[in-house]
Design a protein around this ligand. Sequence first.
Ligand code: UD1
Length: 418
Amino acid sequence: MKKDSYKIVGGNKLFGEVDVQTSKNGTLPLLSACLLTSQQVVINNFPQITDVFNMLKILKKLKIKTKVKGNSLLLNPINARNIKIGCKLAKTMRSSIFFLGAMLARFKQCTIAMPGGCNIGARPIDIHIKALKRLKVRVGRSGNYLKFDATNAVAGRIKLKLPSVGATENIIQFACLLPGITTIINAAKEPEVVELCNFLNQMGAKIEGAGTGVITICGVSFLNGIQYKPSADRIVAGTLMLATAMCGGEVVIKNSNPEENKNLINKLLSIGCKIEINCDIIKITSNGELKNLTSICTGYYPDFPTDLQSMMLTACCVGCGKTIITENLFENRFLTTTELIKMGANIHQVNKNEVEVIGGKLFGAEVYAKDLRGGAALVLASLVAEGTTKVNNVHFIDRGYQQLDFVLRSLGANIRRI
Ligand code: UD1
């Protein structure tokens, strides 16, 4: 609900065991990829978050039958239709651009509203467009719409100027049904790209090199249906680790992939947390007194993830000493700092992609989530703040977290949804 808030009384330590929800960014491209087959696709244990439900709205518009059965999502794309992705649809979901590759593979043509034409933020798509043009997809503009025509597309070699996750995923989806061999140089190495490739390979695609900077896709003529369980969400696992580090306590995080959070785990060790890893289980122990980290720079996988930056910044607000945080991917990731300052945080913007944080104490206040991960950061801040905090705009948090309040309450936090 748009008006929902969290009321959080800070000060409780966290103890207990928790299962990590299924990955948001791992699941979203699998939903568009169902367009690549005419057979049924079943996603088991899907994450029950708004981004997934909004993606389902788009699939329904494309006449894909969708059904939720317990924890499974049943998708039947046999009668899929090529519908223009207009402003309204694109607004529902910022990442509707992720449909581009799959729609072009299935229908050969596709029309989508210009991201700039809608008020959906300045998320550039030049890398997606340039890559498709390299494969001889014709791209034209008509008013606020971009029109893509892949009738004469041919496989080829693409070099990305940046290892964009979305562009890599789009090209993979497009190229797996394109005759010939397509090679992506400087491909994204994120675990979610590997997930998509595993999923498509199990459907009969021929993709090699996932997880490296060079991905090769040998086009096949059709893909089969599939039943698939995506992996755990590494950002949610990271959120829970950071919450425990800040609050103090001992939490066992089950069903996660510790290797995917190696960068964060090393940082948590260096600020004084104790971490034990046993296969897919992470046990984190903290006394809540965090040592100083001098600097944090976000980057492409396996560097520190931009999606955890706001939460790490929040941990630095209650640590000791000074930390410089550099955001190398998305400048607007510092939006939450104004809200943290309301809670007493000592943060100074050094330049547009760098802030300086000096550790101290946080106090309860009324704050507003401005984006998904920044919203989660405000929840973490509230858990350690002195007094009561009201975090408004919880709908941003619902985009990616399945009942975050319930999970934290099960660990002993004093958090209520109102
Ligand atoms: C995905 C994730 C997001 C994560 C991000 C980086 C999903 C649904 N979202 O977003 O949570 O924070 O990866 O790990 O999986 N860029 C361009 N031109 C383009 C495309 C991207 O300049 O055409 C730039 C972006 O501004 C950004 C960088 O490339 O600075 C990386 O963006 P990208 O990897 O594409 O992020 P998304 O796929 O949108």
